[in-house]
Every structure is written in structure tokens, then in C-alpha cells.
Write a protein that binds this ligand. Structure first.
Ligand SMILES: [Zn+2]
Length: 141
């Protein structure tokens, strides 16, 4: 299956397994199991979405948004539960206004989940860690 390296965003092809002890990026050699959310921009957005065989969750946020900042640590903690199961990403809508406009993001934070390159879920408002983890679990097999 194809996965996006959370460090250099290159596409890696790895065997699909139930769990992984170790998996490293063929390009930058760093661990593909690292789960720190990846910043997406207009320049790399489509490439990441299209080339990820695992679902991608996107947090549309902005630096001036209080609830977004409140949710950020929850998002990071939840991400640690889904290495190579779901790719956690963020879009700063202040820098990437075209992406916000493209997806009609009216309020932030808004979470979107893409599976096989298509939007499958969208929810607005800050979520706690438990709700985030439950949400992500619904879209991972
Ligand atoms: Zn890499």
C-alpha cells in the first residue's frame, strides 16, 4: 500500500500489515510510524490525498482561532494511536485560503476525512481526544 512519509511527504510503497514494528521512509530514512500531524499546503495537498492508501484526516485551523488551539493537542495525541492507519494532517487556512475556499470551509476548526482520494466525512467544531479517536476509528479497518 502507498503511504505518505510524515517527514518528507514522499510516497512509499509498503506491505500491508496489521501492525508494524518498524518502517522507514525510502527517501529520508526516518520512521513512517511517526505520527506528528503533517502540514499541508495548496502545493502538496492533491499529491498527498491521491497517493495515500490509508485515510487522511485534515484539521482546517487558523492561528487566531481559540477552539483550534484547544483542539491541537488532542489531535496530536489521537494521531499517536493510528500509525500507518490514518494520516493526520493540518491546513492553516490563513496561509492556504485557496484550500479553505475550495472545500467551502465556513467555520473552523473543521475536520475532513478523505478515503481513496474522496471526501467521506466532515465535521465542524473542536473535539476532545476521545471523540477524535472514535471518529478516526470509524474510518480505519
Ligand atoms: Zn521521508
Amino acid at each position: 500500500m502507498r503511504v505518505i512519509c510524515p517527514h518528507c511527504l514522499s510516497v512509499n510503497n509498503i506491505p500491508q500489515k496489521d501492525s508494524y514494528n518498524k518502517a522507514n521512509c525510502g527517501k529520508c530514512k526516518k520512521s513512517l510510524l511517526d505520527t506528528k500531524p503533517v502540514e499541508l499546503s495548496n502545493a502538496n495537498f492533491d499529491e498527498v490525498i491521491v497517493n495515500s492508501d490509508i485515510p487522511v484526516i485534515i484539521d482546517f485551523w487558523a492561528p487566531w482561532c481559540g477552539p483550534c488551539k484547544m483542539m491541537a493537542p488532542n489531535f496530536e495525541k489521537s494521531a499517536t494511536k493510528f500509525p500507518l492507519k490514518m494520516l493526520f494532517t493540518k491546513v492553516n487556512t490563513e496561509n492556504e485560503q485557496n484550500l479553505g475556499a475550495r472545500f467551502g470551509i465556513r467555520s473552523i476548526p473543521t475536520l475532513m476525512i478523505f478515503k481513496d482520494g474522496k471526501e467521506v466525512h466532515r465535521v465542524s467544531g473542536a473535539l476532545d481526544e476521545t471523540s477524535l479517536t472514535r471518529l478516526a476509528s470509524q474510518f480505519t479497518s
